[in-house]
Design a protein around this ligand. Sequence first.
Ligand code: NDP
Length: 301
Amino acid sequence: MTARLIDGKTASAALKQSVATAVAALKSKHGLVPGLATILVGEDPASEVYVASKQKTAHELGMTSTQHNLPAETTQAELLALVAKLNADKAVNGILVQMPLPKHLNAYEVQVATAVLKDVDGLHPESAGRLVTGGEGLVPCTPLGAMMMIKANVPDLAGKNAVVIGRSNLVGKPIASLLLNANCTVTIAHSKTKDLPAVCRTADILVVAAGQREMVRGDWVKPGATVIDVGIHRIPIEGGKTRIRGDVNFDEASQVAGAITPVPGGVGLMTVACLMVNTLKACCLQHGITDIEIPTTLPKA
Ligand code: NDP
């Protein structure tokens, strides 16, 4: 391997430390403690693990958090009623509805019903609009974390060619907006893109969020490029264990890239840390507080 490893463990630990410092300052200066409310519908084991880790991290950083477990047969009306209750609750600054929801529920309606300034997942259409138009708002956690990693590893982003594979509202579109807002020249590739390897070879920064295991090969990567692998794939192996891989063939790409995120241990670890950033930011936005430093960057690599 010749590429520098962009280590999510170190980065997320540093970010969480900055959030904890800011949470303490918010409490001492303004007497406020950010509150996160998580909603889990049904009993999907992976979702239960994710929500538990969000709750635990919020507590560790000095925030309050409450978990709402709803049965799998919850109706849309019942879910929306809970969201409305949390929207009105002053102790709740961030509302996170764990995805995916059971199939009979409409996730978009839930996102639209969430108060914009409590939308710590950044998925409300107004949050997306604020990001595109350069306004102050809440940005989806995974792209936010990926962007912090890019900023820490690429000193001058202006004019760099960035290629994003994937155009989901959750990852591809927001990371493309963040890169554009940082003055990169951005190409968004997707399943209909022609000659994807050639498009990728133009990238100084290659962000891969395609949901295709180890799709990006070594010869797709421009020598020296920064490669950010958002993909997460759990592959069952012997003994009931799982191996985790990304959307990039790490062994090949790490021979060519200048810097690369591993999977596991890369972008995924930043997602929960950025949820904490968003909960802190949501609290400050709701109270019009501007003298608390919301972490936006990581220490330089
Ligand atoms: P989606 O399935 O919503 O979007 C995938 C995107 O990739 C689509 O835009 C699709 O194109 C494009 N795509 C699919 N196949 C190809 C292909 N062969 N060539 C080019 N483009 C392709 O996925 P998400 O954005 O939600 O997630 C992407 C990955 O990131 C997944 O592996 C997911 O598990 C992971 N993830 C990780 C997170 C983390 O915390 N690290 C958080 C969220 C997601 P089209 O639009 O044309 O269909």
